[in-house]
Design a protein. Structure first.
Length: 147
């Protein structure tokens, strides 16, 4: 029994190691966006999510926690209320990213999902998306895009 508890407390093999960030080129990001469906609601949502992640520099959890009130298209900003270290910050986004986000917001309205209580990026049933979904989605799209 004690041996079982000892193995449960083992540190991860990569604990303390730092890995360099793998930045995507603008062309690779465009390929990733093209790998998403431009007609299916989930594809429209995923394109907007990728654009917000990339152009706003948001972490997955930050993007998934956004609500409509956090987005100010007129000012060209997105406000992250609970970022790393529970810090609030405001980031800028370009008009192209806002165009993709607006398309998703329009689709959400058409699906009857527009509510201030729901996060911007939600399932088609209106539930919150788990970050593990996005972590599985991105490599799948990268493979489809040939990245």
């Amino acid at each position: 029994m004690a041996a079982e508890r000892a193995t449960d407390r083992r540190a991860p093999a990569n604990k303390g190691r730092r890995f360099p960030a793998e930045l995507l080129s603008p062309e690779e990001v465009r390929a990733l966006l093209r790998a998403c469906s431009s007609r299916a609601p989930t594809g429209i949502r995923n394109r907007a999510l990728i654009a917000v992640l990339y152009r706003g520099g948001l972490r997955i959890s930050e993007a998934l926690a956004l609500h409509a009130k956090d987005v100010d298209q007129t000012a060209g900003t997105v406000t992250v209320l609970h970022g790393k270290g529970d810090q609030r910050r405001t980031v800028g986004m370009d008009p192209a990213a806002f165009a993709l986000l607006e398309r998703w917001l329009d689709k959400r309205r058409a699906l009857g999902l527009f509510s201030g209580r729901r996060p911007i990026f939600c399932t088609l049933e209106g539930r919150a998306i788990d970050s593990s979904y996005v972590r599985r989605l991105l490599p799948r799209l990268a493979d489809r895009a040939g990245i």
